[in-house]
Design a protein around this ligand. Structure first.
Ligand code: SER
Length: 440
C-alpha cells in the first residue's frame, strides 16, 4: 500500500500525541525573526521557548512546519529540491532528553512506518574544540538496536562538528545532533559512509547551547530536543520512489497543472518535465508566501515572490508553446494548485487568504507578461547576432527592461547564447555602482 502525504502526517502527529505531545499549528512561512526572510526550520518559530520562555501548550510539542530555503530555488526541477518543503517535528522544551528522544524515534520509524531496523544507521557527535564527545547518544542507540535484536556494530558512527552539530544560523541556539539514515543499497553488510545509498531521514538535535554574536558558546538553562523530518523526503523513501514528484500530492499537482497548460506528464521530455516541476513548485510556494501577506516587490521576501511568479510564468509559456491565452492558463494553473494544496493548507485553498494570494500572483503575472515577451524576443535577436550574455547585458535587461537577470541568463542558455561565466559577478558590481550613485 502506498503511503500518502496525509497518512504520514497523521501517523506522525498521532504517534507524538499518544506520547504526550501537544499538536500545535505550524507558523506561516514569513520568518518569525528579522535575521532571515522566511521560516527555515521547524524549530525556528519555537526559538523563544527553546531558550526558556514557557510555551502556552506545554513542554512537549509536535507540528508540521512549512519551510522555505531560498538557496534551493534554482535547483528546483530536479528530483528532490522544493522551494517550500514541510518538516515533521517534535520538541521537548526541557522535558525529556536523549534517553526518551532516541527510543521514540526508533519506535516511530520501525513500528509506525514499518522500516526494517536492520536498514537503520545513525551518526552521533564526536566532539570538537568547544564541546566534548557525546557518549550518551551512542550508548542509548546501542541499547535500542540490541533490544530490537539488531547488532549495533558499524551502525553508530561518530562524526565531527561539520556533520553532527546543528545551528539555525551563525548565532543563536545550537547543539550536537544524531542523524538517522536508511540504507537503500544492495550490500549485505554495508559500511556506513557518505554515499547515496545512505539516505538521511531524520535529525534529533540536542539543543543545549546558545552562540552569541562574538562567537561565544554558553549552555542553555534547559536541555531541549528538536527533531526534524522532511515530509516529502520520508514519503519518497517509504514509497520507494526516486523523486519527490512521484509522491501522491506532488504528482497530482503536477498533473493538474499540466492539464491547464494543455499537456500531460506522460507527454513531456526532460526539459518539459523540468519546466512543469518549476511551474508547479513555484505556484505552490508563491501561493504560500502570498497567503502569508507578502506582496511582490523589488527587495527581500517580495523579490523572492516576484522571481517565483516571473519564472513560473516563463516556464508555463514554454510548456504551452505560445503566449496566446497564457495569463488565463496561468490563472487556471494557480487555481488548480490551490485546490489540491488547499486540502492540507487551508490558507492557500478556498479561503479569503487563498483568494487574495491567487489574485496577487495573477496580478504580478499580468504586469510581467509584456516584458516577458519583449525580453525573450530581444534575447533571440541577440542570439542570432552571436552576442555573448555577460554582466553588462544582464544589468541592461534588469535595469531597462525590468527582466530579472537570472531569468535572462536562463533564457540565454536556452536560446544557445554563449554565457560568460563571470556574468553574475559583473552584474553585482554594476548593481552596487548603481546603489552607490542613488545614495549620492
Ligand atoms: N532543527 C533541525 C533541522 O532542521 C531538527 O529539527 O534539521
Amino acid at each position: 500500500m502506498p503511503w500518502t502525504i496525509e497518512q504520514i502526517e497523521r501517523r506522525f502527529l498521532g504517534f507524538m500525541e499518544a506520547n504526550g505531545h501537544v499538536v500545535i499549528e505550524g507558523h506561516s512561512v514569513r520568518s518569525p525573526t528579522d535575521d532571515v526572510l522566511f521560516t527555515t526550520a521547524g524549530m525556528h518559530p519555537l526559538t523563544p521557548y527553546l531558550g526558556g520562555e514557557p510555551h502556552p501548550a506545554g513542554q512537549r510539542l509536535t507540528d508540521v512546519q512549512r519551510c522555505v530555503r531560498t538557496t534551493d530555488i534554482d535547483e528546483v526541477g530536479d528530483d528532490t529540491h522544493l522551494t517550500v518543503f514541510e518538516m515533521l517535528g517534535n520538541w521537548s522544551l526541557g522535558s525529556y532528553f536523549k534517553e526518551t528522544a532516541i527510543p521514540l524515534s526508533f519506535k516511530l520509524l520501525t513500528e509506525e512506518f514499518g522500516i526494517d531496523p536492520h536498514s537503520l544507521y545513525v551518526t552521533v557527535f564526536a566532539g570538537d574544540r568547544e564541546v566534548p564527545v557525546d557518549d550518551e547518544a551512542p550508548a542509548i542507540w546501542s541499547q535500542v538496536f540490541t533490544g530490537a535484536g539488531v547488532d549495533p556494530t558499524g551502525r553508530i558512527n561518530p562524526l565531527g562538528e561539520e556533520d553532527n552539530w546543528w545551528s539555525n544560523g551563525p548565532v543563536g541556539l545550537c547543539g550536537p545532533d544524531t542523524e538517522i539514515f536508511v540504507y537503500v543499497g544492495e550490500e549485505g553488510v554495508p559500511v556506513f559512509g557518505d554515499k547515496p545509498e545512505f539516505v538521511e531521514i531524520w535529525n534529533n538535535v540536542f539543543m543545549t547551547y546558545d552562540r552569541s554574536k562574538d562567537g561565544e558558546l554558553t549552555s542553555l538553562s534547559q536541555r531541549n530536543v528538536d527533531t526534524g523530518m522532511g515530509l516529502e523526503r520520508i514519503a519518497m523513501f517509504l514509497n520507494q520512489h526516486t523523486s519527490v514528484w512521484q509522491t501522491d500530492e506532488l504528482a497530482e499537482l503536477a498533473e493538474a497543472v499540466a492539464a491547464t497548460l494543455g499537456t500531460s506528464t506522460a507527454d513531456l521530455d526532460t526539459d518539459g518535465t523540468r519546466s512543469l516541476r518549476i511551474v508547479t513548485d513555484h505556484l505552490r510556494a508563491g501561493l504560500a508566501i502570498a497567503a502569508a501577506g507578502i506582496q511582490p516587490s523589488a527587495s527581500r521576501q517580495g523579490y523572492v515572490l516576484r522571481k517565483l511568479v516571473r519564472r513560473s510564468l516563463r516556464h508555463a509559456e514554454l510548456l504551452k508553446g505560445t503566449d496566446e491565452g497564457l495569463l488565463a492558463a496561468y490563472a487556471a494553473a494557480a487555481e488548480a494548485v490551490s485546490q489540491v494544496v488547499g486540502r492540507r493548507w487551508p490558507d492557500v485553498g478556498g479561503s479569503p487568504d487563498g483568494d487574495a494570494a491567487r489574485a496577487v500572483l495573477n496580478k504580478e503575472a499580468g504586469r510581467f507578461a509584456k516584458t516577458l515577451k519583449s525580453g525573450v524576443e530581444h534575447l533571440h535577436d541577440l542570439a542570432e547576432h552571436g552576442t555573448t550574455f555577460d554582466g553588462d547585458l544582464a544589468f541592461n535587461f534588469a535595469d531597462t527592461l525590468g527582466y530579472p537577470a537570472e531569468l535572462a541568463a536562463e533564457e540565454a542558455s536556452r536560446v544557445g547564447m554563449a554565457v560568460d561565466p563571470g556574468w553574475e559577478a559583473r552584474f553585482e558590481e554594476l548593481r552596487e555602482e548603481q546603489r552607490a550613485r542613488s545614495r549620492g
